[in-house]
Ligand binder design. Structure first.
Ligand code: BGC
Length: 765
């Protein structure tokens, strides 16, 4: 398929090709039929300009917390007039069937509507937040979560989710790190593709799938200082290698839609960035899917200073190839003025409408506009026992054991536990920041779950949102009566998410005072972290022997954490983002470039470090422990040139040397030590989560191609020479190394996947 897309480009027929409304070029799903294509072309011919602009308009049918609340008489009149193509923040089989009926039966052309919502990590059954699921290092976890979410959302009449969010983020001050897969483009690309597969399946018209939306293309996660919506200033190399890699992988996987970022990239707001969206995404990668703006972002092109009038803003976004306007009504109200002034915009309008209608056709809406939504099945499907079981498995697999000195964990059954911290009983926070139709009452808290199976005394002690230290005395008293203290620490759900950036990501409220007081009891302490972002906890965690990162784990949060604390489940999640020691270290990444003066522990040597904090993160990318230990041996590499690329295998043996069955996440990092420019000190290029019984060994074989070692230098290039291969248990725990040789230098073909966007093959022996 990649070849097809390139040949379209080489022939220079992109516009002609899109005018025939081909299927999404990268989609694994079936292409549009000739009948669908001609129906779309006929509809476009029949539409007035206002009806076309209507298709290009998405309006809010409600609010995130009050779905359907804006479906009033005026909204229905707009539908009848053909002035709306899509609604967001709507849900429910019955109301959406009724709304669709207005479009199909009462508008002139009867074009069905697209119903959209942010179904991010669950619809009614809530799974762990996306950052947590990335920590599973098991793409099947987010794939299953997306599958369940699509099954539930589609039975409720929805066609389209604004997920996955695949922005790479290396600054945990940015509140939206909770929505993505963390700092690494290779992990991010794999998690992105898994979610797209889960939402869309191979058959979007199957009735239990939905359109996915890779968002927010550009460099939204690189906002300066981690301040949401702020500018990104990046080299093209970093943009291509790091921030765009998951988007290229998503386009290749056939994601049906993409959303542009709010912010500007080197001064050009992404929603009006023709070089990025029309140039890289459409022309270079051949992406034919629907591109939607973010909320009000087309009108905001004026606030950016990119446009003087709404008509200019509309023309800018259209030229950039943004097909649908989310909520600003700038296309609906002002694109007509721009088209009248410049008729060369009209073919671009037709192209955009073609892509929107193609999305509707792929969902099967022209054959049966009511195929999504089934009121009779809705209550049986939402929150079903199977879905809860999948959510529990996902929660268990997302937990990361960060520290376990003296085998403090698991806690013995006979131990008396003091459970402390308001977060331990905060059902609402288990749902995270995008909760769709999730209910706090459906969630099991740690207090509830642990209380059912262990001898627990619960005391809130302190809460993230309060400076009140009044509860600390009773917390200390409970700790003194217990054998072991389990303290839930972190942020509540509303500290992270959109517009939730923080300059200081240490523990909020009275929690620092609480942990200090608990340390004074001398009891063994298990810190259970709950948060939507990595926090800067070096001081808070000093002297705490056991630390478990539990993020926000969804409805089954309590059961999953209790099972890990009591040893029913051996944890094996890994950090998808390093945890800093202090906020001032941010942004940070394990995949930094080497410098002429590498960080040196000796302060008398001038080196690339801060003088007032130890070098590196508190816990690095890829870090995570289990209740067992693993030995790595026999690393073997092989190479074979197939004329296009050099193909490599990297095989290693892993043995469980402990006494319990557990999972290990085997990680492959690479480095090109000499390439005429500085390449990262390590880059993830493969991982495998494997399960081993005590004493059991397994081989893990990674299969790579040399395009995966390409770097961007005004095109993708591969340099002849050595590649260091590092296999281990985290980015900072390399157990085996080997050197590969790339026999020749070459340029990767324009538009082809390269670097982190490409997947490594994995075979488990
Ligand atoms: C967010 C998007 C989201 C949209 C619709 C915006 O504010 O940036 O991620 O999909 O709202 O809810």
């Amino acid at each position: 398929m990649r070849v097809d897309r390139r040949s379209v480009l080489v022939a220079g027929t992109l516009l002609a090709a899109s005018a025939r409304f081909p299927a999404f070029a990268a989609a694994p799903a079936k292409p549009l039929t000739a009948a669908q294509e001609s129906r779309i072309a006929a509809l476009i011919r029949a539409m007035t300009l206002d009806e076309k602009l209507g298709q290009m308009t998405q309006i809010a049918g409600g609010r995130q917390i009050a779905l359907n609340s804006r479906l009033d008489a005026a909204a229905l009149d707009r539908v009848r007039a053909g002035r709306v193509g899509s609604f967001l923040h709507v849900a429910g089989a019955e109301p959406l069937q009724a709304l669709q009926r207005v479009a199909v039966e009462e508008s002139r052309l009867g074009v069905p509507l697209l119903f959209a919502m942010d179904v991010v990590h669950g619809y009614r059954t809530i799974f762990p937040v996306p950052l947590a699921m990335a920590a599973s290092f098991d793409p099947d976890v987010p794939r299953q979560a997306a599958r369940v979410a699509a099954t539930e959302a589609s039975v409720s009449g929805l066609h389209w989710t604004f997920a996955p969010m695949i922005d790479i983020a290396r600054d945990a001050r940015w509140g939206r790190v909770v929505e993505g897969a963390g700092e690494d483009p290779y992990l991010g690309a794999r998690i992105a593709v898994a979610q797209i597969d889960g939402f869309q399946t191979a058959n979007l018209a199957g009735g239990d799938a939905m359109l996915a939306c890779a968002k927010h293309i550009g460099a939204y996660g690189a906002a300066a200082g981690g301040r949401d919506y702020d500018s990104a200033e990046l080299s093209e190399r970093t943009l291509r290698e790091t921030y765009l890699a998951p988007f290229h992988a998503a386009a290749d996987a056939g994601v049906g839609t993409m959303m542009t970022a709010f912010n500007d990239l080197a001064g050009v707001p992404t929603t009006g960035n023709a070089k990025l969206v029309r140039g890289i995404l459409r022309q270079e990668w051949g992406y034919q899917g629907l591109v939607v703006s973010d909320w009000n972002a087309i009108l905001e092109l004026m606030a950016h200073g990119a446009a003087a009038t709404p008509a200019e803003a509309a023309a800018l976004a259209l030229r950039a190839s943004v097909d649908m306007d989310m909520t600003s009504d700038t296309y609906a109200d002002h694109l007509g003025t721009a088209v009248a002034a410049d008729p060369s915009l009209l073919p671009l309008v037709d192209e955009a409408v073609g892509r929107i209608l193609a999305a509707k056709a792929r969902l099967g809406l022209f054959d049966d506009p009511y195929r999504f939504g089934d009121a009779a099945r809705e209550s049986a499907v939402l929150g079903s026992a199977n879905h809860r079981a999948a959510a529990r498995r996902a929660a268990e697999r997302s937990i990361v054991l960060l520290r376990n000195e003296g085998e403090t964990l698991p806690i013995g059954r006979d131990r008396k536990i003091a459970l402390i911290g308001a977060l331990a009983d905060d059902a609402s926070s288990t749902l995270g920041s995008w909760r769709a139709r999730g209910q706090a009452d459906d969630s099991v808290t740690l207090r509830q779950a642990l209380g059912e199976v262990a001898n627990v005394e619960y005391v809130p002690g302190a809460a993230p949102r309060s400076d009140d230290q009044g509860g600390i005395t009773s917390a200390v008293a409970a700790a003194s009566r217990a054998d072991v203290v389990v303290v839930a620490l972190g942020e509540d759900y509303d500290f992270s998410g959109e517009a939730r950036s923080r300059s200081d990501i240490t523990l909020p409220g009275a929690q620092t005072a609480l942990i200090e007081a608990l340390r004074g009891t001398g009891k063994p302490i298990v810190a259970v972290l709950m948060n939507g972002r990595p926090l800067a906890l070096e001081e808070a965690l000093t002297g705490i022997p056991a630390v478990v990162e539990t993020w926000f784990l969804g409805n089954e949060s309590g059961h999953a954490i209790a099972d890990v604390l009591l040893g029913q489940v051996s944890p094996a999640g890994r950090l998808p983002m390093g945890i800093p020691r202090r906020s001032g270290q941010l942004p940070m990444s394990y995949a930094h470039a080497p410098t002429g003066r590498p960080a040196n522990p000796d302060l008398s040597v001038d080196s690339a470090r801060y003088r007032d904090v130890d070098i590196g993160p508190l816990f690095p990318f890829g870090h995570g422990l289990s209740y067992s230990r693993f030995a790595y041996s026999s690393l073997e590499v092989s190479a074979r040139d197939d004329g296009k690329q050099t193909r490599f295998t990297v095989a290693v043996n892993v043995r469980n040397t402990g006494s319990v069955e557990a999972d290990e996440v085997v990680q492959l990092y690479v480095r090109v030590p000499v390439a005429g420019l500085a390449r990262p000190v390590k880059e993830l290029r493969g991982f495998a989560r494997i399960s081993l019984k005590p004493g059991q060994s397994r081989s893990v074989t990674f299969t790579l191609g040399s395009d995966q070692f390409a770097y961007w230098d005004d095109g993708w290039h591969v340099a002849a020479g050595e590649v260091e291969c590092m296999v281990g248990a985290s980015s900072d725990d390399i157990r085996q190394t080997a050197v590969l040789t790339l026999p020749r230098s070459y340029a990767v073909a324009d538009g082809a996947l390269a670097g982190a966007a490409l997947a490594t093959g994995v075979t488990i022996g």
